[in-house]
Structure formats: structure tokens, C-alpha cells
Design a binder for this molecule. Structure first.
Ligand SMILES: Cc1cc2nc3c(=O)[nH]c(=O)nc-3n(C[C@H](O)[C@H](O)[C@H](O)COP(=O)(O)OP(=O)(O)OC[C@H]3O[C@@H](n4cnc5c(N)ncnc54)[C@H](O)[C@@H]3O)c2cc1C
Length: 304
């Protein structure tokens, strides 16, 4: 596969990078890990005149806790950095768990959280769990800085609300009294397969009494979907097995799946029901009621 010539820039500051991007209009692309942008160029889907690498820009590759702000994840943080982050394992283990389900080791070593978000694939694994955790993103451009709730960032398949001269610099997860969060993904292989269905949830509960919940569905619509009606069924109520089943059904009614080579609409919808229930149980630290024996190495418990 042949890649046409392009200009290559590796600026050492955000300001310089934004100025270069602006000088090309929409003919330049940011280059992070390159796992998407380069393969699209090879497949002749895009032919940018320039690639602007962000590898030399400092302060974009760390995961830190900033008191009063929350956990701040630099856009250049790779998927394996997420997997290996002690801070995330301690505060939001659902993020390392989601990252671990992605692709393979080589892609996880190169692919970045910023690239995953800007790429805006409907099946992407990080958006559902990050939206469930109420994340926001910082976009920098020549005309200043914008902070956008991640929930509002996705406008269609492969389309994110970012102008060509802007760079996503960081993702912030605000401090919150989360009881638990979880991401459940169904792919066609144990790992390395893109999501047929992905469900991210976060819960604030006092015992079994649910005070707050966010449920976000991936791969079952053009953008990640907040299942708000399902959330409302649980807020202020007791998380019983029957309630979780009802919430799972409500979430299934809110998704907008398509049928494709990986699964039919009906199958996806039913998997939303099952995975919403499982994710909520996990986030609430509840034991599955009456489920079959767990199979080692499997996706977990049974399908009801
Ligand atoms: C074999 C394979 C398997 C995969 N499996 C999965 C999977 O299971 N789950 C999943 O979610 N994804 C999966 N992916 C997708 C991949 O992991 C993501 O697309 C990756 O995170 C992209 O990151 P990157 O740094 O390589 O982005 P790049 O390819 O460098 O960039 C992607 C896009 O984002 C833009 N961009 C990148 N960073 C920024 C920034 N900071 N600011 C502004 N724009 C930016 C680029 O211009 C480009 O348009 C898979 C990909 C491959 C090749």
C-alpha cells in the first residue's frame, strides 16, 4: 500500500502545533499514535497534505490527580498507560479494564486516548465508560481553550466536534462520590475484537439504595447513547435483581442498533439488556443472583 507524499511537522509546543494546523486549513491531520490515521492513508481513505505529530509536546502524556479538579489524563496517554496506571486502578478501575479489552498489545502501546476519542468510532471502548464517569475534554486552538462535556463531543460515526486547528489536550474526570463503575463489552473474540455492544455505568449508592446512576451504551447507535430513561428507573430506588432486569430492558429500548456482519439489531438489543444488568451489578458490588458457575477465562456469568 502506497502513501502519497505529505509534509511532516513535529512541533514542540501546542501553540506552534495549532498555528501549523491552521496554516493548512482542513488539509492537515494531527498524528498521535497513528494507528488510525496511517491506516486510513494507506487505504486511500484520506490524503492529508500534512501530518502534525504531537509526540514532542510536553505535558500531554501523564495521568495525575489535581485536587479540586479530579483525575487529569493527557491526550497522548496510550491505552496501555491506562491499563497500567495505579492511580486509575485505585480510583476508577473500570477505565484500565476497558482499555485492556481494546485491540492487541501493539495497538495498545501506540494508540492514544485522544486518538480514540477524536476518531469517534461508534464501537470505541473508551467513550462509554468516560461519559459514565462524567468526563470532560479540553480543546486548545489559536483562539483559546474550550472545555466540553465528553457527552457532547460525538456528532456522528467518525465525527467529533473539533475544528481542524484544535488539539485535544486532556480529559478530566471530576471528583465524585462514585460507589463503583464498570464497563462490559461483548466482542466476537475474547480480546482484540471491536465491541458489538459496550456498556459503561457509574453508580452512587448507599447500600442497595441508588442515589445516582449514569448508563452509557456503545456500538448500538451512531454515537454513544446515555440511557436516561433507564437511569431514571433506578435513581432513588432499591437495586434489586428485579429492578436491574427492568433497567436492562429500558436501556435496550433506548438503543438504536444496526444489523451488520457482527450481529443483528435484535441480538445487540438483547445484549444491551444483559450487559447493562451485569455492569450495574458490578458497579454496585452485587453478587449475581442464581447465575451459572463462572467459567475461567470466559466473559463472566451466564446470559440471563
Ligand atoms: C487492529 C486494531 C484494533 C482496534 N481495536 C479497537 C478496540 O478494540 N477498541 C477501540 O476502541 N478501538 C480499537 N481500535 C482503534 C484504535 O485503538 C484507536 O483508533 C486509537 O485509539 C487511535 O489512537 P491513535 O493515537 O493511534 O490515533 P491517530 O491514528 O494518531 O489519530 C486518530 C484521529 O484522531 C486525530 N487525533 C489524534 N489525537 C488527537 C489530538 N490529541 N487532538 C486532535 N486530534 C487528534 C487524528 O488527526 C486522527 O484523525 C483498533 C485499531 C486497530 C488498528
Amino acid at each position: 500500500m502506497y502513501i502519497p507524499d505529505f509534509d511532516y511537522h513535529a512541533p514542540s509546543s501546542i501553540e506552534e502545533a495549532c498555528a501549523i494546523l491552521a496554516s493548512y486549513g482542513s488539509d492537515a491531520k494531527v498524528l498521535a499514535g497513528g494507528t488510525d490515521v496511517l491506516s486510513r492513508m494507506k487505504n486511500e481513505l484520506i490524503a492529508p497534505k500534512a501530518l502534525v505529530s504531537i509526540k514532542n509536546i510536553p505535558d500531554m502524556a501523564s495521568i495525575t490527580y489535581v485536587p479540586g479538579k479530579g483525575v487529569v489524563i493527557g491526550a497522548r496517554v496510550t491505552h496501555n498507560d491506562l491499563v497500567n496506571s495505579e492511580l486509575l486502578q485505585q480510583k476508577y478501575p473500570s477505565i484500565p479494564e476497558a482499555a485492556h479489552t481494546m485491540a492487541n498489545n501493539q495497538i495498545r502501546n501506540r494508540g492514544t486516548i485522544g486518538g480514540n476519542l477524536v476518531n469517534a468510532l461508534p464501537s470505541a471502548d473508551l467513550p462509554p465508560i468516560l461519559i459514565a464517569l462524567d468526563a470532560s475534554i479540553t480543546l486548545l486552538g489559536r483562539h483559546g481553550k474550550g472545555i466540553v462535556p465528553l457527552e457532547d463531543f460525538f456528532i456522528g460515526p467518525n465525527r467529533a466536534a473539533i475544528e481542524p486547528d484544535r488539539i485535544l489536550t486532556e480529559i478530566t474526570i471530576p471528583d465524585q462520590p462514585t460507589t463503583g463503575s464498570a464497563y462490559f463489552k461483548f466482542g466476537l473474540r475474547q480480546s482484540g475484537a471491536i465491541a458489538v455492544v459496550g456498556v459503561g455505568v457509574s453508580v452512587v449508592a448507599s447500600g442497595a439504595h441508588v442515589e445516582q446512576v449514569r448508563i452509557v451504551l456503545g456500538a448500538v447507535g451512531p454515537v454513544p447513547i446515555r440511557a436516561k430513561k433507564a437511569e431514571q428507573l433506578l435513581i432513588g430506588n432499591l437495586a434489586t435483581e428485579a429492578a436491574l432486569e427492568e433497567v436492562g430492558r429500558a436501556a435496550a429500548a433506548e438503543c438504536r442498533p444496526i444489523s451488520d456482519i457482527r450481529a443483528s439489531q435484535e441480538y445487540r438489543r438483547d445484549m444491551v439488556r444483559v450487559f447493562t444488568k451485569r455492569a450495574l451489578r458490578k458497579a454496585l458490588h452485587m453478587q449475581p443472583a442464581g447465575e451459572p458457575v463462572k467459567i475461567e477465562g470466559g466473559n463472566g456469568d451466564g446470559m440471563h
